[in-house]
Design a binder for this molecule. Structure first.
Ligand code: DAK
Length: 260
């Protein structure tokens, strides 16, 4: 499968995905969106050897400086709506991925780029990273979930402030607000993310998947997250992974999970 504008590198089960349009600060054009859609919709689900994904941007300046302004500048209302729906679909595929996805934010994460980072399960920021939703500067609103996910991380008041002023925040402020999980020295974003995912890859794969699903359930309209947790707990109790995890504890050894 060919993924335009993406570079892939599989290391010890962790897939490093690099947005590869450095000359445009990795701005997300339609081809990139299509690649992300196929990657998370088909490729990753079809490859069981992938236990985690790191998403980052090429070069030292940007994770992604937004949707590609040059491409969407001439869009009609109908085209805009269509593209927004496609973006939502893609970002939901990331959020619902069976394996954890970490955004390694190595610079600007603006507009559609910030929205992409927010669709990931966790964010590790380099110390020079900058975050923002500057759409109102262009007479637009976020079109890839920014109005919804920013609230989930930083709360309504602060989200409204950032969305309405288009102000950018630095990595430390993003950490303070709860938008990112950790801030690391520039250049160490990917390695820190990879190590975190390697630790998670030692856990029971079914449990990891069910935790992601249960946390997502909290934010899914008409889904009772507590009920979902009860069902998922029961499911996990019936797995070989749980037998193995419990036996390994009793026998004082490391568990060998199979994901069944
Ligand atoms: N799109 C296209 N090209 C971009 C870009 C972007 N978002 N951001 C940067 N570039 C390009 C620049 O045009 C420049 O290209 P050349 O002129 O060299 O050809 C190159 O990347 C380097 O950028 P700069 O020369 O500007 O670099 P600086 O270091 O001086 O400034 C900057 C860095 C990040 C502050 C600046 O590039 C900047 O302000 N960029 C734009 C940030 C921004 O406003 N991003 C867009 C947010 S709005 C939609 C759904 C979603 C969205 C839109 C529509 N639909 C469903 C239709 C989302 C919209 C957004 O993301």
């Amino acid at each position: 499968m060919i993924f335009e504008h993406l570079r892939l590198d599989l290391q010890e089960g962790i897939l490093i995905v690099t947005l590869d349009r450095e000359s445009a600060l990795n701005a997300i054009n339609m081809a990139t969106m299509d690649s992300l859609h196929r990657l998370f919709g088909q490729y990753i689900p079809d490859h069981d050897e992938i236990t985690g994904v790191v998403l980052t941007g090429a070069g030292p300046k940007a994770f992604a400086a937004g949707a590609d302004i040059k491409e969407f500048a001439e869009f009609s209302a109908q085209e805009g709506k269509h593209l927004s729906a496609k973006g939502h679909e893609t970002y939901f595929l990331i959020e619902k991925s069976r394996v954890p996805v970490i955004a390694a934010v190595n610079g600007y994460a603006l507009g559609g780029g910030c929205e992409l980072a927010m669709a990931c399960h966790m964010r590790i920021a380099g110390e020079h990273a900058k975050f923002g939703q500057p759409e109102v500067n262009l007479g637009l609103i976020p079109g890839y979930g920014g109005t919804q996910r920013l609230i989930q991380y930083i709360g309504k008041g602060k989200a409204l402030e950032l969305l309405l002023t288009a102000d950018l925040i630095n990595a430390e402020e993003a950490l303070r607000l709860g938008l990112v999980n950790h801030v690391v020295p520039s250049g160490q974003e990917v390695e820190t993310s990879r190590k975190l995912l390697l630790r998670i890859s030692e856990k029971g794969p079914v449990a990891v998947r069910k935790v992601i699903e249960a946390v997502n359930a909290y934010f899914t309209e008409a889904t009772d997250g507590f009920h979902f947790e009860v069902e998922s707990f029961g499911y996990a109790c019936g797995t070989q992974d749980f037998r193995e995890g419990a036996s390994a504890f009793v026998e004082k050894r490391k568990p060998q999970f199979t994901g069944h």
